[in-house]
Design a protein around this ligand. Structure first.
Ligand code: ZN
Ligand code: FE
Length: 252
């Protein structure tokens, strides 16, 4: 499985997936037809379009790409009326194959009510859209804090080596937030160096990994006693900590 990162718009990432054995070409969240097609046209085909959620910056390329390549569009069953041109609808925990690549649907509401992630277990890769970012999480537009908190917890059981491909390059801003509120976390210093280095060379900070995120992403550390103490909120529940931090981040 080859994943090509396609930077789109101001800070979006679309991802081209190529599977050699069957020659299957897919794209996750085509933000923009022209930019994505520059990459796709070298392959001369596009079998599948996978959408994590219905927001325009993730589906804008859907119809033009489908029209040009006769691709099949895959989206969440509950969002079939909001995903442009959807052909194949999938449910929570459903397995599906694109060529030889098998993935599972993680239902992760919060950012939107119909948000999903695509988990390729054998390849140790997950596409998280606007749910889990490097060092952050998505804004809660349609769901509740509790839903987002539970959705993020679904990633906890994944192997640490799992690579995370998310929907945006928000890492620097997220890092600044983590460093402000999780001051004593030494892993953030290492992560800072890596992020600054990559950004200075114009390299995406993506993918990150599950183990990195659990060490550094403040939204995944709401159960950490030392963090709670540092925030002066040691009596709050994990969910209350999450809600507090999400509120701070919205105005950061
Ligand atoms: Zn979004
Ligand atoms: Fe987005």
């Amino acid at each position: 499985m080859i994943v090509k990162i396609i930077p789109c718009l101001s800070d979006n990432y679309s991802y081209l997936i190529f599977e050699k054995k069957t020659g299957t070409v897919s794209i996750v969240d085509p933000s923009d037809f022209k930019t994505c097609d520059q990459v796709i046209k070298k392959y001369k085909k596009l079998d599948y379009i996978l959408n994590t959620h219905h927001h325009l910056d993730h589906v804008s390329g859907n119809l033009e790409l489908k029209n040009k390549y006769n691709s099949k569009i895959i989206g969440y069953d509950g969002d079939k009326d909001r995903i442009p041109g959807v052909d194949i609808v999938l449910k929570q925990n459903q397995d599906f194959k694109i060529g030889n690549l098998k993935f599972k649907v993680f239902f992760v509401p919060g950012h939107t009510n119909g948000h999903i992630a695509f988990y390729f277990k054998k390849e140790n890769i997950i596409f998280t859209g606007d749910t889990l970012f490097s060092l952050g999480c998505g804004r809660i537009f349609e769901g509740t804090n509790e839903q987002m908190f539970e959705s993020l917890n679904k990633f906890k059981d994944l192997p640490g080596v799992t690579k995370i491909y998310c929907g945006h390059e928000y890492t620097k801003k997220n890092l600044d937030f983590c460093r402000k509120y999780d001051v004593a976390n030494s892993f953030l210093i290492e992560k800072s160096k890596e992020v600054d280095h990559k950004l200075s060379k114009n390299i995406p900070t993506i993918p990150t990994t599950i183990s990195d995120e659990f060490k550094t992403n403040i939204f995944l550390r709401c159960d950490d006693a030392r963090l709670k103490e540092e925030l002066n909120k040691k009596d709050l529940s994990d969910l209350e900590i999450f809600t507090y931090l999400r509120g701070l981040k919205d105005n950061f």
